[in-house]
Design a protein around this ligand. Sequence first.
Ligand SMILES: CC(C)(COP(=O)(O)OP(=O)(O)OC[C@H]1O[C@@H](n2cnc3c(N)ncnc32)[C@H](O)[C@@H]1OP(=O)(O)O)[C@@H](O)C(=O)NCCC(=O)NCCS
Length: 223
Amino acid sequence: MIQADHTTALMLAGALLDPVIAVSATDPRGDHAAYDEELAAIPGAVSKRLREFSAGRVAARQAMAELGAPPLAVPMGSDRAPIWPAPLVGTITHCDTACLAAVAWTGEVRMLALDIEEDTPLTDDLLDTVCTSAERRWLDTQPDPGQAAKAIFSAKECAYKAQYPLSQTLFDFQTLEVELGDDHKQFVARFTRSVPPFAQGDQIPGKIARGDGLIVTSVAVRA
Ligand SMILES: CC(C)(COP(=O)(O)OP(=O)(O)OC[C@H]1O[C@@H](n2cnc3c(N)ncnc32)[C@H](O)[C@@H]1OP(=O)(O)O)[C@@H](O)C(=O)NCCC(=O)NCCS
């Protein structure tokens, strides 16, 4: 399977996001210059990690420029989450061939996240970790369970990243249960237990785009 590059990733992500959100893409295989204060969080990183990390920061600043925000640093917190300069909300994701970043003003967007993955079937050994028993029962009814499971995986990673700035809580895959829409272009991720400020049953809505060997999921909840 040919894995598309960052221009395809940008097209997929751009189609998912509201115009109040600025999105940009970079190639994580190239050289990009992150700020020293950002690089301080990854001392001794191997070259691949250095490249993807820097690609993310440069994509973030491209998106900030598009939004009309100054090109500020996006340091990494001790929990590894990016620290977005106020009043911005943002997200970074990468796979081997593409890096995406999106930003918006917090006055317009409350929760924002992107996830990008190679669009290969989720392997069977990950099914029990990633999926709840209800999700696995639903997957058994699908014509391509591996592909549907990959969408569930990406949707959970995306919803996790979207909720994190509000909950500051790390949790496992069983804490969210995903339902894909009939056309697999939308999803809702429902909390199976309370994770304050989210209550059990609260839902995070998201979107899914696939193309040229990539899957991109997004969560963008207006303020
Ligand atoms: C954060 C996480 C979801 C990233 O997923 P991933 O698919 O491996 O990687 P992605 O390329 O999509 O995203 C990585 C980027 O997410 C961002 N990120 C990291 N931790 C984050 C967090 N807690 N909240 C929001 N964004 C986060 C960072 O910008 C990171 O890139 P960087 O290190 O270069 O800055 C994953 O690393 C993680 O911590 N998982 C543990 C928790 C989990 O998955 N639980 C199941 C949820 S249902």
